[in-house]
Design a binder for this molecule. Structure first.
Ligand code: BGC
Length: 756
């Protein structure tokens, strides 16, 4: 760049940043577009990875250096560290005709090097400030390593725990999911994207990816628009309303057209209806995958994608290799390519990369900003807040700090499985094992460890799960020898803490399961431990709701710990010893068995609702399982108890556009200080399309000292009464509404009001 041009660019940049922040017609971008050849524009639409991250498809990009230097790359992912990123940025800035800087992307899903709990765990905190904070820290760390574009948040509503990627999202509910989507976008992006501690966020995967048939990853989705608009689309829209910079398409098809080539989705809905003005990136080779979906050859599917409104092609290079021909043959217009290119350049502009392509490259920052004590402290707190106490048999928990503990289970002294799925930037060896955490938090306790069982004895499963390194390690000893050792320890101890569950890669991408129980090897261990008669606390780790009717019926306490992240052991010790009183609540229903799936609290009534748990012929129920789940949405216990009383509402009748306020008294009646997530559910009794039985429309997390009572106020805004009707208009309809307030989605106390 010539000096005069550089000065002009800088001046323009400053004017636009500090002036009205025009999203389009940024003069600098327009000027650049004027100078670009068709090939250079197509180059900007190409996103490559040299394979340094996780290759989630069958290909990685080749000749990356040559391609960058030839102006054939708009962004790179799977590369990290200021030194490496500087080299790549140099290729673009010093070797290409127009010196356009690259975007550097990454999957920073739940923290960068400071790995926080998996997103499903973080969601269980119901703590939006905390979630935003974790996203801020993730952005600060990732940008210190040169990353300026994040492939997060993943907001796919998931009501099928067979789907392994349920771990990556916020669970089943669109209201909670929307709040979390907003918090994460704000956390990553802040309010000034050109700040070097914020990065572009990407909402993914548009759309409906969590509803794949049978919970099998990448499978088809077929869903009516009313369900889509009311139940599945809100979190994507919330991210867009929060100003998310980019959108990633999903692998699945919608109405027979894969998301990456779906014009209704990417243009009619996303741009025309929702007003999104950022750029759309495909998922990993999802453009090419439309060939396998049956939509034509590479040129055809690439043209389909571009014409649908997709701007950037991840890894597949169909845009790079076919788009010029398609222009020449009249299959796509140069104007459409210019539009896509403009959106990518605008993102680079927003990041301040034209002003300084090296803005995110600072070799001094990583040492102080990444995985520092302050960030670890938040990770510890976040993990403790993500845990859900499922059962506390005879108040085994919290444990005393001077006690003899038998710590057993394949996850009890196991750093490799603490970070959870999609933590490619974290280092498992830097995580705190449960054994280390317990010893640190309770130095006067006597703690003896035995593995007790393998995560699974199934060597075939182990091979499938161990693709990123050993997660299921099958011991050289026989299962009997391992069990014997654990039982001997149990006999000598006051209490048993058994850390059991799934290995990290048993959930996540391409990790669907049809059996959601604790693997049999561990079930045997649990049964044998129970037979000793010792008090037992199970710490259960998983990336999804599990089917645990057997364990829940045992005389044990159960703490659901998800995959807790880098501070796993410390956080678990904080909760087991009562330094932190658990307050997490489930954000996805736990089924009794796999046959109940999909199961979620906001189901519809049917015309023949079952009125009791006893089987009723010609009613909507099963012969061999209850309708009720094992554990409902919103469920979670505390070491203390809370009592709700005096639920009331300020108005019995309101007009359109008016709000109502609900109050309830909450008393901490137990022996510990603690937090409760007060939940508000709304039932629209009669309306033009069948209403769900109830829907979450408000929540508040409150801390009460033991004995304290507080009046909690929750407001319902006019928006909260609205839904998408048969014409997909967002409306509220006159009639009666029931408002339920309480501790989980089963709450029965209600007040009513009507809308005129
Ligand atoms: C996943 C995306 C991810 C991408 C890049 C894909 O397989 O579906 O969520 O962002 O890989 O790593």
């Amino acid at each position: 760049m010539s000096i005069s041009k550089y000065i002009l660019f800088t001046v323009l940049n400053t004017i636009v940043i500090y002036g009205a922040y025009a999203q389009h017609n940024i003069p600098q971008v327009e000027e650049l577009l004027q100078q670009m050849t068709l090939e250079e524009k197509i180059g900007q639409l190409n996103l490559v990875t040299p394979g340094g991250g996780i290759a989630t498809g069958s290909v990685v990009s080749d000749n990356v250096e040559a391609k960058i230097k030839a102006g054939k790359v708009g962004g790179l992912f799977g590369v990290a560290g200021p030194e490496k990123i500087k080299i790549a940025q140099d290729f673009a800035v010093n070797h290409t005709r127009l010196r356009i800087p690259l975007l550097f992307g990454s999957d920073v899903i739940h923290g960068y090097k400071t790995t926080f709990p998996i997103p499903l765990g973080l969601a269980s905190s119901w703590d939006m400030e905390l979630i935003k904070k974790t996203a801020q820290i993730a952005a600060k760390e990732a940008t210190a390593d040169g990353i300026n574009w994040n492939f997060s948040p993943m907001v796919d509503i998931a009501r099928d725990p067979r789907w392994g990627r349920i771990a990556e999202g916020a669970g089943e509910d669109p209201y909670l999911g929307s709040a979390i989507a907003k918090a994460m976008v704000q956390g990553y992006q802040g309010d000034n994207l050109s700040n070097d501690k914020t990065m572009l966020a990407t909402v993914k995967h548009l759309a409906l990816y969590g509803a794949v048939d049978g919970g099998r990853d990448y499978n088809s989705v077929d869903m009516g628009r009313v369900k889509m608009f009311n139940q599945y689309l809100p979190p994507y829209k919330a991210a867009i309303d929060a100003g998310v910079s980019s959108v990633m398409t999903s692998f699945n098809d919608i109405d027979g057209i894969p998301a990456s080539g779906n014009k209704w989705l990417l243009t009619d809905l996303l741009r025309d209806r929702w007003g999104f003005d950022g750029f759309v990136v495909s998922d990993y080779t999802s453009v090419n995958e439309m060939i396998a979906h049956g939509l034509g050859d590479l040129q055809a599917v690439s043209a389909l994608a571009l014409n649908a409104g997709l701007d950037m092609d991840m890894v597949g290079e169909g845009f790079l290799t076919t788009m010029k021909n398609s222009v020449e043959e009249g299959k796509v217009s140069e104007d459409q390519i210019t539009k896509a290119c403009r959106r990518i350049l605008e993102a680079k502009y927003k990041l301040g990369l034209f002003e300084d392509p090296y803005r995110y490259i600072d070799t001094k920052r990583s040492a102080k900003d990444i995985l520092n004590e302050e960030n670890r402290k938040i990770a510890r707190e976040a993990a403790a807040r993500s845990f859900v106490l499922l059962k506390n048999h005879e108040n085994i928990l919290p444990l005393k700090k001077v006690i003899k503990i038998a710590l057993v289970g394949p996850l009890a002294n196991n750093k490799k499985n603490m970070l959870g799925t999609w933590a490619p930037t974290g280092n498992p060896q830097l995580s705190v094992s449960i054994l280390d955490g317990l010893k640190k938090v309770a130095p006067r306790a006597t703690i003896a460890y035995a593995k007790g069982a393998n995560i699974s004895n199934d060597t075939e499963l182990a091979t499938k799960v161990n693709v990123f390194g050993p997660r299921i390690e099958i011991d050289k000893r026989t299962p009997e020898e391992m069990l014997q050792e654990a039982l001997e320890l149990a006999d000598e101890s006051d209490v048993v803490v058994a850390v059991v569950g799934e290995a990290t890669e048993m959930s996540g991408e391409a990790s669907s399961r049809t059996d959601l129980s604790i693997p049999e090897a561990q079930k045997k261990l649990i049964r044998a431990l129970v037979a000793t008669g010792k008090p037992i606390a199970l710490v259960l780790m998983s990336g999804r709701p599990m089917t645990i009717p057997e364990e829940l019926a045992l005389p044990v306490s159960i703490l659901q710990a998800w995959h807790p992240g880098v501070e796993a052991g410390n956080a678990i010790a904080d909760v087991l010893f009562g330094d932190y009183n658990p307050a997490g609540k489930l954000t996805a229903t736990w089924p009794v068995n796999v046959g109940q799936i999909p199961i979620y609290y906001s189901m519809k009534n049917t015309g023949r609702p079952a009125t009791s748990e006893t089987f009723q012929k010609f009613k909507s129920n099963y012969l061999d399982a209850p309708n009720a789940p094992l554990l409902p949405f919103g469920y979670g216990l505390s070491y203390t108890q809370f009592k709700y009383s005096d639920l009331s509402i300020d108005k019995e009748e309101i007009g359109q556009g008016q709000s109502v306020t609900v109050t309830v008294n909450l008393k901490n009646t137990g022996n510990y200080d603690g937090e409760e997530v007060v939940q508000l559910y709304l039932r629209d009794v009669v309306r033009s399309i069948t209403p769900p039985i109830r829907e979450l429309k408000g929540f508040k997390k409150v801390f009460l000292r033991k004995g304290e009572t507080r009046t909690i106020t929750l407001a319902l805004a006019p928006e909260d009464l609205k839904f998408y009707n048969g014409q997909l208009d967002f409306v509220s309809e006159p009639g009666e509404f029931e408002v339920y307030v309480g501790t989980d989605s089963n709450v029965t106390e209600k007040v009513t009001f009507s809308l005129k």
